[in-house]
Write a protein that binds this ligand. Structure first.
Ligand code: HEC
Ligand code: HEC
Length: 396
């Protein structure tokens, strides 16, 4: 029998994968913070994945997606946190007797297009709208001639081939991103499941709504296991994909073209069952909600600036779409032909227009308060200081 609530105290979260290689982790961290690598210099991985914001952020941009190394150049989507990546599975299809068809899961990025941290580092490095690092040769020259050339040699051995150096950069970044340091599990929620902290009345109410299958049912996708002290069981995502139909972000340069849409998963190429299948269009990977209160732009397009707006979106989408979508254009960020992919079954969505909202304002506040318990200790100050003023929804 499984005890209802375990209070076993684990000093260190259980590992996934081999133990840290400290030499490689230290090197990876130096590369992550190296502002010399971009063109022009000044932008590192940490410029967007800002440690003060739990390794997410906008690099000074206010439109929802981060600024690259050059003025006027923006990444395509909002910046996810790069904490807890140790637990992200490679892209696969989940099969279940109850599911009508295999369900896509896992992979890195909002559309799951990469399975390897070591390989994906090339994308931000050479993306002209992100770090714009130029050619592998140019980048390799900076690594070989830089302040940590000796660490590189010690960790990865001698090499003069730019492709081999680039592989080494990827391996070091991967080691850092998967390290214990990037897997803190030091939130109030973690302390609560370890039996070391008590939730406030409001946080507890938020948790109940979050789990309740007939109300928020948030944990149906943002998976958690209160009865386990293993943080891997409570990443607040099942790494699945869903078409939530957030409203369009009018501030993005691409939004000016009414025919342009971000189709998410179905833009991904090379999967066994083609993920370019139209069924997957407009679906995005369910993000982990750990440290979500510290983020400054939410959703794949960064359309929302604070957490309350997102929770209010869930409460209003079905019953009061006019409060969610501009000019009454319901589902305005999903092309009409893919609107059948939008999830209308989750308990927050399956009400008719005009029905009472599934969550009251006070309950929305409770869910927001609960989500605040997912902030790891080092970022609690940033969460209190950094969040944007709460934007009010138009009156009913
Ligand atoms: C200009 C801002 C910017 C910079 C600089 C940047 N990133 Fe990112 N990063 C992003 C954005 C935006 C995404 C989401 C892209 C997407 O999903 O299509 C992302 C996604 C990621 C992911 C996937 C996370 C997940 O949950 O799937 C990883 C890993 C990552 N970046 C690592 C890095 C590394 C390593 C560097 C430095 C070599 C770096 N990034 C530099 C903006 C940036
Ligand atoms: C059917 C699956 C599903 C359910 C149920 C669900 N979510 Fe989500 N959630 C997602 C997906 C997918 C996204 C990303 C949507 C996008 O960017 O297009 C998301 C995004 C979010 C975000 C933004 C996070 C970020 O880093 O940008 C928050 C906050 C959030 N959900 C909270 C909740 C809450 C609270 C509930 C319950 C009221 C809930 N979700 C229910 C799938 C779900």
């Amino acid at each position: 029998m499984i005890p209802a609530r375990r209070t076993i105290v684990l000093p260190v979260p259980p590992r996934r994968g081999p133990p840290d290689n400290p030499v490689l982790v230290t090197l990876g961290k130096k590369i992550f913070f190296d502002e010399r690598l971009s063109e022009p210099p000044g932008t590192s991985c940490a410029s967007c994945h800002d440690p003060a914001r739990a390794f997410s952020g906008s690099h000074g941009s206010r439109i929802g997606v981060p600024l690259g190394s050059r003025p006027g150049h923006f990444a395509r989507r909002s910046t996810p946190s790069v904490l807890y990546l140790r637990y992200v599975p490679a892209f696969y299809y989940f099969e279940d007797d109850e599911a009508p068809a295999p369900e896509p899961r896992g992979g890195f990025f909002w559309d799951g297009r990469s399975d390897s941290l070591a390989d994906l580092a090339r994308q931000p490095l050479f993306n002209p709208d992100e770090m714009n690092a130029g050619t592998p040769r140019r980048l390799a020259g900076k690594i070989a001639g830089g302040p940590y050339a000796k660490d590189f040699l010690a960790a990865l051995g001698p090499s003069s081939d730019p492709q081999a150096i680039l592989r080494g950069v990827g391996l070091a970044l991967e080691a850092y991103l998967k390290s214990d340091e990037m897997t803190p599990a030091r939130s109030k929620y973690d302390d609560y499941v370890r039996g070391r902290a008590t939730l406030t009345e409001q946080e507890r109410q938020g948790l109940e709504i979050f789990k309740d299958r007939r109300r928020g049912a948030c944990s149906g996708c943002h998976r958690m296991a209160e009865t386990s002290t293993d943080p891997a069981e409570s990443m607040f995502t099942d790494y699945g994909y869903d078409a939530v139909a957030l409203p369009r972000n009018p501030s993005l340069p691409g939004s000016r073209n009414p025919a342009s849409f971000d189709l998410g998963l179905c833009e991904r190429k090379g999967a066994k069952i083609p993920s370019s299948d139209e069924r997957f269009c407009s679906s995005f990977r369910t993000p982990s909600l750990r440290n979500v209160a510290v983020r400054d732009s939410l959703g794949h397009s960064g359309v929302y600036k604070n957490l309350r707006e997102v929770v209010a979106f869930y409460a209003n989408r079905a019953v009061a779409p006019d409060r969610v979508y501009r000019a009454g254009k319901k589902f305005d960020d999903v092309p009409p032909k893919y609107r059948r992919n939008i999830n209308i079954y989750a308990p927050v969505y399956n009400r008719r227009e005009g029905a009472p909202p599934p969550l009251s304002d006070q309950e929305i506040d409770a869910v927001v308060a609960f989500l605040g318990t997912l902030t790891d200790a080092p970022f609690v100050k940033a969460a209190a200081a950094g969040s944007a003023p709460v934007a009010q929804l138009p009156p009913r």
